[in-house]
Design a protein around this ligand. Structure first.
Ligand code: SF4
Length: 365
């Protein structure tokens, strides 16, 4: 039961998701113990290196320029600022730094060169480096790999069907193509999604079909519970029930047995007991730090107290895969191609996104 399968069907996944809770927990915990040390948790720090002002219309995101959410936009951080934050994260027990930039896609040029320097700088601190920068081409993925990138995050967010109800400025296939580009390098893939966006259980299963049929499956999968931010199209969505989160984590563990399943956004809404149930169900990673890009997250000290209470230990960096080597810019094999890739711009509009955009416009006047 714990072998990796790439042919899961939605029906099979729904059957797992809807099992009686105790059976689901038992099955997930059994697989978890076969594949992972249940007392080890991987800790990542998410750092927003370029905040706000994004051109996309993701319905859950306060960083989209078109909504009025009060998020202040920042220019790209300097390499030294990022290295200082990485050192702080390391001292706080993180083995990985994930750098997020509010971009639709990576553009070749000085800003991307600066990100490559950040990757080099953090890898030299002996920490795993992850980036989430939007869509990337194969050449950009190669350049990140050469700089020493350990993981690239690109979430599928939801099922292909429900994706169209949340985002209209790019297509699902763009996501898959970016993941494919990352797979052409030795960088690991981090891809997951969000629950609580108004999707149904079939959509949650659909997302897990999409993730589990990737070959290889992602090395890490964040499961986010929506943090409904005022001004975004999803501002009125109700908080995710802890039982939904536990079911989603357990089902993810069963269909992605080798993957690190990460508790991501929404942990401030979860009790310690709820989080402990998620760890039992197969979660073995968290995002640490008092902010997740722009939304609140539990304090690092609180997390460390929780681990102590549960007898869990933070995972050391490069436990799952050896540290990539950093090639300096001057020795690079891959030059900037100055590409202008044509990522999709779907035709459809989403009513609630349009309404939030209109409201944002009125409030800015
Ligand atoms: S999720 Fe990313 S791409 Fe979407 S609006 Fe936010 S920053 Fe932009």
């Amino acid at each position: 039961m714990s072998e990796v399968r790439h042919n899961w069907t939605k029906e099979e996944i729904l059957e797992i998701y809807n099992k009686p809770m105790m059976e689901l927990l038992y099955d997930a915990a059994t697989i978890h113990r076969k594949q992972h040390d249940p007392n080890v948790v991987q800790v990542s720090t998410l750092l927003s290196i370029k905040t706000g002002g994004c051109s996309e219309d993701c319905g859950y995101c306060p960083q989209a320029a078109r909504y009025h959410t009060g998020v202040e936009g920042n220019d790209l951080m300097s390499v030294n600022q990022v290295k200082a934050q990485a050192l702080r994260a390391k001292a706080g027990g993180s083995s990985r730094v994930c750098m997020g930039a509010a971009w639709r896609n990576v553009k070749d040029g000085p800003e991307f060169d600066q990100v490559l320097e950040m990757v080099r700088g953090i890898n030299k601190l002996d920490m795993e480096v992850c980036c989430t920068l939007g869509m990337i081409t194969e050449n950009q993925a190669q350049r990140l790999a050469e700089a020493g990138l350990y993981a690239y995050n690109h979430n599928l967010d939801s099922s292909e069907e429900y994706y169209k109800e949340v985002i209209s400025t790019r297509g699902y296939q763009d996501r898959l193509d970016t993941i494919d580009n990352v797979r052409k390098t030795n960088v690991t893939v981090c891809s997951g999604g969000i629950i609580g966006m108004g999707e149904n259980v079939e959509d949650r299963a659909g997302m897990l079909v999409a993730l589990s049929t990737l070959d290889p499956q992602p090395e890490s999968t964040p499961i986010n519970a929506l943090v409904a931010v005022e001004g975004t199209p999803l501002e009125d969505e109700k908080p995710v029930e802890i039982w939904d989160m536990i079911r989603m984590v357990a089902t993810t563990r069963i269909v992605l047995p080798e993957t690190q399943v990460r508790l991501s956004a929404g942990r401030t809404q979860m009790s310690r007991e709820g989080q402990a149930m998620c760890f039992f169900a197969g979660a073995n990673s968290i995002f640490a730090g008092d902010k997740l890009l722009t939304t609140p997250n539990p304090d690092v000290n609180e997390d460390m107290k929780m681990f102590e209470l549960l007898g869990m230990n933070p995972q050391k960096p490069f436990t799952k895969k050896v540290q990539p080597q950093t090639v300096e810019a001057i020795d690079s094999e891959f030059e900037s191609l100055g590409e202008k890739p044509k990522w999709t711009r779907p035709e459809h509009k989403i009513d609630r996104n349009e309404a939030a955009k209109q409201k944002g416009k009125e409030q800015k006047v």
